[in-house]
Design a protein around this ligand. Structure first.
Ligand SMILES: CC(C)(COP(=O)(O)OP(=O)(O)OC[C@H]1O[C@@H](n2cnc3c(N)ncnc32)[C@H](O)[C@@H]1OP(=O)(O)O)[C@@H](O)C(=O)NCCC(=O)NCCS
Length: 187
C-alpha cells in the first residue's frame, strides 16, 4: 500500500541500488530472467499498468492521471514484459541529488520471477547515469516482500515515519547511495 498522492504528502526523496542482487546473482536468477525484458512505458500501456496497480494495491491504487502526469513530467516509468505481456512497472522521479522511487508493482501472477529485480536494476543504472547520488523510498511497515526486495538491492532502513500512510500505518524510509557501488551489466 502506498500514499495516494505522494508529491502532495512528501516533499522529496532518494532510493537506491541493485548491487547486492548482482553480488548474489545465481544461475537460478539468469534462468528466471529469460523471457523478461525492460523498457519505457508509453501512454498505450497505461491500461495494463492500472490493472497491475489495482491488483497490487486495491483501494489504494493510484489513478491513471497520476501515471499520465508522470509521463508528461518526464519521470522514469519503466515496464517489465514477460513473453510480450507487461507484468510490472516502476516509477521514479529525479530530485536535485537523489531520486525517489515512487512506486513498484508486479502482477501477482508473475511474482518471484525477477521482474522487480530487473526494473530496479534498470532504474538504478539509468538514474546513476543521470548523475543521481542515490535513491530513496517509503515502504509500509510489515510489507516483507518489498522490504526484502529492497534489502537485496542494498537499501537500508533509515527512519520510521509514524502514521505515514492514510490508514495510519507507519512507513520505513529506505535509502541507497550509489557512490562506490558499481552498476551491474545490462540484461
Ligand atoms: C515487492 C514486489 C514488487 C516484488 O516483485 P517480484 O517481481 O516478485 O520480485 P523479484 O522476483 O524480483 O524478487 C526479488 C527479491 O525480493 C524478495 N521477495 C520478493 N517477494 C518476496 C516474498 N513474497 N517474500 C519474501 N521476499 C520476497 C526476495 O529477496 C527476492 O529475491 P529471491 O527471489 O532471489 O529470493 C511484489 O511483491 C509486489 O508487487 N508487491 C505488491 C506491491 C508492493 O508492495 N510494492 C512495493 C511498494 S513499496
Amino acid at each position: 500500500m502506498k500514499v495516494k498522492t505522494p508529491r502532495l504528502r512528501r516533499p522529496n526523496t532518494p532510493f537506491g541500488g541493485l548491487k547486492s542482487t548482482l553480488k548474489g546473482s545465481t544461475n537460478k536468477d539468469s534462468r528466471r530472467l529469460s523471457g523478461l525484458r525492460a523498457g519505457q512505458i508509453r501512454i498505450r500501456d497505461l491500461d495494463r499498468v492500472l490493472e497491475i496497480e489495482k491488483a497490487s494495491f486495491g483501494a489504494d491504487a493510484w489513478e491513471r492521471k497520476l501515471f499520465a502526469d508522470s509521463l508528461e513530467a518526464g519521470d522514469l516509468l519503466l515496464g517489465a514484459w514477460r513473453d510480450g505481456k507487461l507484468t510490472g512497472y516502476l516509477l521514479a522521479a529525479e530530485g536535485k541529488r537523489r531520486a525517489e522511487l515512487l512506486s513498484l508493482a508486479v502482477d501477482p501472477a508473475a511474482r518471484r520471477l525477477g521482474a522487480a529485480s530487473l526494473l530496479l536494476n534498470r532504474a538504478m543504472s539509468r538514474l546513476r547515469r543521470h548523475g543521481m547520488a542515490g535513491i530513496w523510498l517509503m515502504v509500509k511497515t510489515g510489507n516483507r516482500a518489498a522490504e526484502q526486495c529492497y534489502e537485496k538491492f542494498g537499501f537500508r532502513r533509515t527512519r520510521r515515519v509514524k502514521k505515514y500512510y492514510e490508514d495510519g500505518a507507519d512507513g520505513w524510509r529506505m535509502e541507497l547511495e550509489f557512490r562506490g557501488k558499481s552498476i551491474p551489466p545490462k540484461r
